[in-house]
Design a protein around this ligand. Structure first.
Ligand SMILES: Nc1nc2c(c(=O)[nH]1)N[C@H]1C(S)=C(S)[C@@H](COP(=O)(O)OP(=O)(O)OC[C@H]3O[C@@H](n4cnc5c(=O)[nH]c(N)nc54)[C@H](O)[C@@H]3O)O[C@H]1N2
Ligand SMILES: Nc1nc2c(c(=O)[nH]1)N[C@H]1C(S)=C(S)[C@@H](COP(=O)(O)OP(=O)(O)OC[C@H]3O[C@@H](n4cnc5c(=O)[nH]c(N)nc54)[C@H](O)[C@@H]3O)O[C@H]1N2
Ligand code: SF4
Ligand SMILES: [Mo]
Length: 762
């Protein structure tokens, strides 16, 4: 097979509008032939939210490669470079954690499970006795399995009763969840990947899909190569492959100044309204808020957007016309919106465009408020991110009581007296020591959270006892008091849900190394050791196996928007990939939204300030099944360029690396394809600063700096782009800011002021 680190999307299988995406099975094996493989084990890839169905090759008790599943609705057999080359090499890496570690005289030393868990339980009990449940914080992931999150959520909410639980999903897709709640009443992706074959136009908002969901992009490329291709519109300050496709398809590349998305969205909305590109009857019947929306966007003429965003006014008109005149539009939204300024308001702006044209729930029409991590959807569904389990509303007493009955605990145990604590706040409490035990699972905040110098101080200080549960001794684990060795993908069984509500079962293929245990087993061990019980004195967590945990979750989801009823392990084994709710390709086909006050997941917020809407105010909207058109005025980013820091710093990803590289950095091919950090500058800025391509530079913000070679590239003038994958001297988060969106509380990784200093001698 071709080197897929170079031929990222593989060979084209052109697809005409309305026809099925053809199969193409991608395989990669490390040093064995296909006929030498002992077993193939069913799974799906966990290196992004696309969730490509695959099988794991096992030879002599080791994972030796992967093969795409031809029948899978998500990928029809395809896998991208990360999936092919990054799925298995890490598992047999010699530096896997194989025993627990505890800190003795300042050093981490190997120990057994009883000792390690004993230390955690001792600290946990002491803190509960002395300070109560608010002394405990949990910071989990978008990379565990649904069963593990659900178990953690029950331990935290019904066992300990702490509101301090969140996932790194706060850094990732909190805005996806928030914008879906604000517009439609509950989380859950309206669209289906099948819409790609049905749409006439594709809008990608702050989404570099060619590098970050490569198989989904291959699907779009196949449409572009087929008959009746869709037009592509790209909203990204860099000239990404999406922008190139916009050029090829007669679409538009809008390159807004970093941090100005909302001004652009308001202008696009104003254009739709001004040209009456709307389905007036549908809007009247199925939405509330049109007049407020009209008033809010009125000042945002294309010329105003041109001034604020630095785009061409005619390009705004052209993009709006494509949205307004296409028969079916599919939009995707990701980090260029979620991690930028006014994130939730800008993401809701995309929902608004679809609501205005009644383009939801129909073939080719819909919004994918994308996820990034493979299992982020499940963190949100189960409530391991602090949301109330099953898309319930923590402010609705009936929802809390429903869970209290299910878990057989006092409703007062379940935290619901204040909003759940978001990750940025959890780290703030750990900083002061008011959280005295912080348990981190499957995430590496020492590299991935904003303002790393501060995060290192928090994790390394004595004010808080830190537990880290990971596959490797990461930068974060190295600062912990107890390190627990976890089993990873392929070494345990569990389910997860991708960005179009497709559920997969990933089965255990091999044993974990040494004494590593599944995260489910680790959480169960803690629940047992703490003696967590329900109201009748029975064990609070009544399940032992992944399937039992899953079945318990299905009960918790019943009757809620994310209803998993009928989706069993057996069905997942039989069909491979199943969307929730069972039999539902698209949400809202009936234009009935989960916005009634008694059913919705959230009463909503003011998008500009984050002020919450009360239950009474929500009732007064009488939305009752209609969606909300919500908007806000644009305001400038928190930190704007100044004389000292004249450029804007923004960050993101490259195709060959995944996050802090714990997996992809251990794949020989992926590592060599992108081994080192770099920073991207526009030609004009490089010239003005006297910086040559490849020259080493230092990028400085008021918080810190990084050093890396410069690349002169397609970023807009005035902006500097750095990948955030690389720990150490090139670590992007040394520069980023501790600020977050007022509604989703997602940190702003994509806007900070910076200056670039050329270094000698390179
Ligand atoms: N190869 C690879 N793939 C991945 C991952 C990975 O680490 N590596 N991670 C996965 C995860 S968890 C996630 S969340 C997704 C993220 O997937 P994406 O959101 O596609 O990735 P990013 O590179 O973070 O950001 C996307 C784009 O935002 C643009 N951008 C920056 N600032 C702004 C702005 O102010 N406005 C606009 N409109 N755009 C802006 C950047 O130029 C960048 O091209 O990728 C998933 N897939
Ligand atoms: N500047 C900047 N910063 C960013 C972003 C950005 O665009 N710019 N993006 C943000 C986003 S969207 C995200 S998602 C985060 C990602 O940031 P992190 O969550 O820190 O990313 P990973 O490196 O994937 O960390 C996951 C950890 O889990 C471990 N792991 C994997 N599988 C398992 C398992 O089954 N069990 C256990 N216990 N451990 C496991 C891995 O070894 C790894 O250490 O970064 C955020 N930070
Ligand atoms: S697109 Fe995502 S899920 Fe699919 S193979 Fe690539 S990394 Fe894995
Ligand atoms: Mo993410």
């Amino acid at each position: 097979m071709a080197d897929r680190t170079v031929h990222v999307w593989g060979a084209r299988t052109p697809t005409a509008r309305g026809s099925a995406w053809p199969e193409r099975v991608d395989v990669h094996l490390d040093g064995v032939r296909e006929d030498e493989v002992d077993r193939w084990v069913g799974a799906a890839c966990v290196l992004c939210s696309n969730g490509c169905g695959c099988e794991i090759a096992v030879k002599d008790g080791r994972m030796v490669g992967v093969r795409g599943r031809a029948a899978d609705r998500v990928n029809r057999g395809r896998l991208g470079p990360k999936g092919l080359y990054g799925s298995t090499p890490w598992a047999s890496s010699p530096d896997r954690l194989t025993t627990p570690l505890v800190r003795e005289d300042g050093r981490l030393v190997e120990t057994d499970w009883d000792t390690a868990m004993g230390r955690i339980v001792e600290r946990s009990r002491a803190l509960l006795d002395e300070k109560g449940p608010l002394s405990h914080g949990f910071y989990t992931s978008g990379q565990l399995f649904l069963e593990e999150y659900y178990t953690l959520a029950v331990i935290g909410k019904a066992g300990l009763g702490t509101p301090h639980m969140d996932g790194n999903t706060r850094l990732c897709t909190a805005t996806a969840g928030a914008s879906l709640k604000e517009s439609f009443g509950a989380d859950g992706q309206p669209a289906s990947y099948d819409d790609i074959e049905q749409c006439d136009a594709l809008f990608l908002f702050g989404h570099n899909m060619p590098e970050t969901q490569t198989v989904l992009w291959a699907r779009i490329l196949d449409r572009i190569e087929g008959s009746e291709p869709p037009r592509v519109v790209c909203v990204d300050p860099r000239r990404t492959e999406v922008a190139v496709a916009a050029g090829r398809t007669g679409g538009v590349h809008l390159a807004p100044r970093v941090g100005t998305n909302l001004a652009l969205m308001n202008a696009l909305t104003r254009e739709l309204l001004a040209h009456e590109w709307l389905d007036a009857d549908w809007v009247e019947a199925h939405t509330v808020g049109l007049e407020e929306l009209r008033a809010t966007v009125e000042p945002y003429t294309p010329e105003e957007a041109a001034r604020t965003c630095g785009v061409d006014a005619d390009d705004v008109r052209r993009a709006a016309r494509i949205f307004g005149e296409s028969g079916a539009v599919l939009s995707t939204v990701l980090q260029g919106f979620y991690q930028s300024h006014q994130a939730t308001a800008a993401a809701c702006g995309v929902n608004n465009l679809h609501l205005l044209r009644g383009m939801l729930g129909r073939p080719g029409c819909g919004v994918l408020q994308m996820n990034g991590q493979p299992t982020a959807q499940n963190t949100r569904e189960t409530g391991a991110d602090g949301d109330l389990t099953g898309f319930r509303n923590w402010e609705n007493a009936a929802h809390v009581e429903e869970l209290a009955r299910l878990w057989n605990v006092d409703p007062m145990t379940i935290p619901h007296w204040a909003p759940p604590t978001h990750a940025m706040q959890i780290f703030g409490y750990a900083e002061t020591g008011s959280i005295g035990l912080l348990w981190i699972s499957a995430t590496n905040p020492a590299v991935s959270m904003p303002e790393s110098p501060r995060i290192r101080r928090i994790l390394g200080g004595d004010q808080c006892f830190v537990v880290v549960q990971d596959l490797f001794l990461t930068e974060t684990a190295a600062l912990a008091d107890v390190v627990l060795p976890a089993a990873g993908w392929g070494e345990k069984t569990g389910t997860f849900t991708n960005a179009d509500r497709t559920v997969h079962l990933a089965e255990k293929a091999v044993d974990p190394p040494g004494e590593a245990r599944s995260d489910l087993d680790i959480f169960l061990t803690y629940a047992d050791a703490m003696g967590l019980t329900d109201r009748d004195g029975s064990p609070l967590v009544g399940w032992r196996t992944p399937e039992e945990a899953y079945d318990a979750w299905v009960e918790a989801s019943r009757g809620r928007p994310c209803d998993y009823s009928g989706i069993t392990y057996d069905l997942l084994r039989e069909r491979g990939a199943v969307q929730w709710p069972l039999g539902t390709t698209r949400l809202y086909a009936d234009a009935e939204f989960p916005t009634s006050t008694d059913y919705c997941e959230d009463y909503g917020h003011d998008l500009a300030t984050g002020a919450t809407t009360t239950e009474q105010q929500h009732r007064a909207t009488a939305a009752a099944g209609r969606a909300f058109l919500k908007a806000a005025a644009y305001s400038p980013p928190h930190e704007e360029p100044s004389e000292d820091y004249p450029l804007i710093f923004t960050t993101g990803r490259v195709v060959h690396q995944f996050h802090t590289r714990t997996k992809t950095g251990r794949s020989r091919r992926l590592h060599h394809a992108a081994p080192d950090p770099w920073v991207e500058l526009s030609e004009a800025d490089a010239r003005a600063l006297g910086i040559a391509d490849g020259q080493r530079v230092r990028v400085e913000s008021p918080r810190g700096s990084l050093e890396a070679p410069a690349r002169i590239g397609p970023v807009t003038e005035g902006a500097v782009f750095a990948p955030f994958h690389y720990a150490g001297a090139g670590q992007a988060n040394e520069l980023t800011m501790t600020v977050w969106d007022p509604v989703s509380k997602q940190p702003t990784f994509k806007t900070a002021a910076c200056r670039v200093v050329p270094l000698e001698g390179d």
